[in-house]
Design a binder for this molecule. Structure first.
Ligand SMILES: Cc1cc2nc3c(=O)[nH]c(=O)nc-3n(C[C@H](O)[C@H](O)[C@H](O)COP(=O)(O)OP(=O)(O)OC[C@H]3O[C@@H](n4cnc5c(N)ncnc54)[C@H](O)[C@@H]3O)c2cc1C
Length: 452
């Protein structure tokens, strides 16, 4: 009997294993594919490598405006992919080494929950005093839309060995706009279709609007508030029909309409685990209704982000070890979209904050007044939302590289700091981070490089 048997070796599962082994618990980690899961092999890391290559392409294209002779001569996808795969492989080796260096029994194979405390893999049974379900997610499609050939999800799009001439992207959420951004930088004619009224609809309304403005400027086409009806493909492309009757054609169609929980056929229902539309239900301590069975990561309803999975894994390991860790505040999880421009946010949008707290104040510091942003040639803003005379309850940013600023936003939000708490702390000049300091100063009633 082991202390913990973990099903799934992605962000949530391996974080549980690493922390549990640190705490002296005996751990079995079961993975059917590659340690590291979606994030490392088919998600965060490969997409961010492509986005970096895209940034390099843009830099080459824009060199002349900085007085640097450079020209953009095209993309060699074989080399882009070998750069991307090199990054993945180095991280993969590092992670394998880390797991191997701990007292973790790593089992390769497809597991199934056959009793509340037992997982079966390749005919062998692993019993745990505790079970952690961490089987992750898969790319969803729409009814009647088969993923095949030129109709693909992010899984296939990350393996493309050519740059298409044109693409249609179904879904204007995080994954959709990240791919739109990469392909546009690679010279592709891109059209994004989003059923909701705006791109990145989960973000603060001001950010969604700024994103649409930026995409328009970049020549990325998008249609919002319009639903997909059907698609058919031939040898050379895909025809997409919208509910309005409009038809579009492109070399390929990327379906980026969200991710579903990978929980079917794994024995969860049979063992009595409460589920909702395939997601595993837990309480705030990540325990399911079945004693000693926990769940972490994308199978638990909420934000599907790798760092949420890491934190949930740490939490569950500490919970099992009896350390009574603090529960995770879902609104305190930072969210970054790594497109050009980037979006980063935490806490409540202004509309949500009004609904929750009643009176709120907000301030938008325009990056036009920020020296480093001017140097980089980026537009955008940092918007702070605070409870009237109270703490900051939302931070919303858009502009090149603002993802790197989310660390401070995260501390301010989670420590419930008010602008007055933060203004005595000094921000280095000239950094983009300084724009934060300016926004805090303004909200505290003493703007420096901004009009009152
Ligand atoms: C294109 C894309 C880009 C993304 N970018 C980001 C980003 O920039 N930042 C971010 O935070 N998040 C990003 N994400 C989301 C992130 O990848 C997920 O939130 C994260 O991987 C979830 O971790 P997980 O452990 O729940 O699941 P997964 O990473 O999916 O891991 C689950 C693992 O379980 C294994 N498994 C499943 N069933 C079984 C079984 N029966 N037996 C054995 N093993 C099994 C799978 O093989 C898999 O390895 C992105 C996702 C995608 C698709």
């Amino acid at each position: 009997m082991h202390d913990i048997v973990i099903l799934g070796g992605g962000s949530g599962g391996y974080a549980t294993a690493l922390r549990a082994s640190q705490l002296g618990l005996s751990v079995v980690l079961i993975e059917q594919d590659k340690l590291g899961g979606t994030c490392l092999h088919r998600g965060c890391i490969p997409t961010k490598a492509l986005l970096h290559a895209a940034e390099v392409a843009d830099t080459a294209r824009e060199g002349e405006s900085f007085g640097v002779h450079s020209t953009f001569n095209g993309i060699d996808m074989t080399k882009v992919n070998s750069y991307k795969d090199g990054v993945i492989n180095r991280l993969y080796k590092g992670l394998q080494g880390l797991v191997a260096s701990r007292a973790i029994t790593y089992v390769e194979g497809s597991g199934r929950l056959v009793a509340p405390n037992t997982v079966e893999v390749n005919g062998e049974r692993y019993e745990g005093r505790n079970i952690v379900l961490a089987t992750g997610s898969y790319a969803r499609s729409l009814p009647g839309l088969d993923i095949a050939g030129l109709v693909m999800t992010s899984d296939q799009a990350l393996q493309l060995d050519y740059v298409p001439t044109s693409v249609i992207i179904l879904g204007g959420g995080v994954i959709g706009v990240e791919f739109a951004s990469v392909w546009r930088s690679f010279g592709v004619d891109v059209t994004v279709i989003e059923g909701l009224p705006t791109l990145v609809p989960a973000e603060d309304a001001s950010v969604s609007k700024a994103m649409e403005r930026a995409f328009r400027k970049r020549g990325i086409n998008f249609k919002t508030g319009v639903r997909f009806q059907s698609a058919d493909q031939d040898d050379s492309g895909v025809n997409v029909t919208l509910e309005t009757g409009e038809t579009l054609r492109a070399d390929l169609l990327l379906v980026a309409v969200g991710r579903g929980p990978r929980t079917q056929g794994l024995g969860y229902e049979e063992q009595g685990i409460a589920m909702d539309r395939g997601f595993v239900l837990t309480n705030e301590r990540l325990a399911t209704n079945v004693p000693s069975v926990f769940a972490v990561g994308d199978i638990v309803p909420g934000l599907q982000l790798a760092h949420r999975g890491f934190q949930q894994g740490i939490f569950v390991a500490e919970e099992i070890a009896g350390l009574a860790p603090l529960t995770i505040d879902e609104t305190g999880i930072p969210r970054v979209t790594y497109s050009e421009p980037e979006i980063a946010s935490i806490g409540y949008t202004e509309a949500q904050a009004k609904e929750k707290f009643g009176e709120v104040e907000s301030y938008e510091y325009n990056l036009g007044g920020n020296g480093k942003s001017q140097i980089l040639g980026t537009a955008g803003f940092i918007k702070l939302v605070r409870q009237k005379n109270g703490p900051v309850v939302g931070v919303h940013m858009i502009g090149s590289r603002v993802g790197e600023l989310v660390g401070e936003a995260q501390l301010v939000y989670n420590w419930e700091a008010s602008p007055e708490d933060v203004t005595p702390l000094i921000h280095a000049h000239p950094t983009q981070n300084e724009a934060f300091g300016e926004a805090f100063l303004a909200l505290a009633g003493k703007p420096l490089h901004a009009h009152a």
